[in-house]
Design a protein around this ligand. Sequence first.
Ligand SMILES: Cc1cc2nc3c(=O)[nH]c(=O)nc-3n(C[C@H](O)[C@H](O)[C@H](O)COP(=O)(O)OP(=O)(O)OC[C@H]3O[C@@H](n4cnc5c(N)ncnc54)[C@H](O)[C@@H]3O)c2cc1C
Ligand code: FES
Length: 282
Amino acid sequence: MFKILTKKIMVPSIKLFEIEAPLVARKALPGQFVILRIDEHGERIPLTIFDYDRARGTVFIIFQEVGKSTMQLGAMEEGDLLLDLVGPLGLPMKEERDKKIVCVGGGVGVAPVFLKARSLYENKNYVISIIGARTKNLLILEEEMRQVSHEIYITTDDGSYGRHGFVTEALKEVLEKNRPDLVLAVGPVMMMRACSEVTRPYGVETLVSLNSIMVDGTGMCGCCRVMVDGKVRFTCSDGPVFDGHLVDFKELMSRQNRFLEEERIASERFIQMCRKIERCDN
Ligand SMILES: Cc1cc2nc3c(=O)[nH]c(=O)nc-3n(C[C@H](O)[C@H](O)[C@H](O)COP(=O)(O)OP(=O)(O)OC[C@H]3O[C@@H](n4cnc5c(N)ncnc54)[C@H](O)[C@@H]3O)c2cc1C
Ligand code: FES
């Protein structure tokens, strides 16, 4: 069992947990993820390792409540136990040195970008960060990202904070005035695709961290397969980081929508059950 030591509400739908998991903390590297289960009936939930503390033997995750399992996870409290947590999974991100690198994070995607940006910053790269959210109240980790960036651009879709517009507009501006060696983009699939299209004409290598639907997370079930450069790749064991110019995003998006109806039913059932419990408690 894995104990939740700390719970922090970043914004109402996005939460941070610090979880006791010494063996995972000992080996975790930027770019890797864990898969956890709340209980024996639970789905397997893949989540990026936001940070780790090897001395305390803990890992940190930041997750957005988007459906039944993440809502149930968000309702857990400090001291509660998770049934299992496996990791670190996936390949760590390649180390870089003395390069100019743009780190783009959209929405909850800022969380997976943070550890990579910090490692790049510590390895003497020049880090330009672009972080964005739909609106000011959904923006996370601004201060943390400032501390690991030489330059930072903040965007909101509705203009309520920072620049008005999408992260891709800020990315285009950076590409025009300050040609980087590498761009790393993490966020919704649409955003990663758009970033890859923005960088393509400039010929700048662009890495994306894919969030395909996963089951085992170790390369055995084939659920997370994606087409990269015309070849089948497993996001869990060959990724999750891939060259964005070679990913078939159209296929990825259609695979991600396979279970929409089941996901909708599960979320509705969970919300109804919570309402019933609330009524009983009152
Ligand atoms: C490698 C990886 C790292 C991730 N890191 C983070 C993170 O750091 N923070 C975060 O908030 N989210 C992260 N995700 C996404 C997260 O796993 C899903 O949001 C979560 O599984 C949704 O489950 P649900 O039951 O709450 O939602 P559901 O209603 O079941 O699904 C909502 C959407 O979530 C996605 N999803 C559902 N089940 C899975 C699954 N088994 N595997 C992957 N995606 C799924 C699908 O796109 C689906 O349409 C990551 C996914 C992957 C693959
Ligand atoms: S999740 Fe099963 S092969 Fe990747």
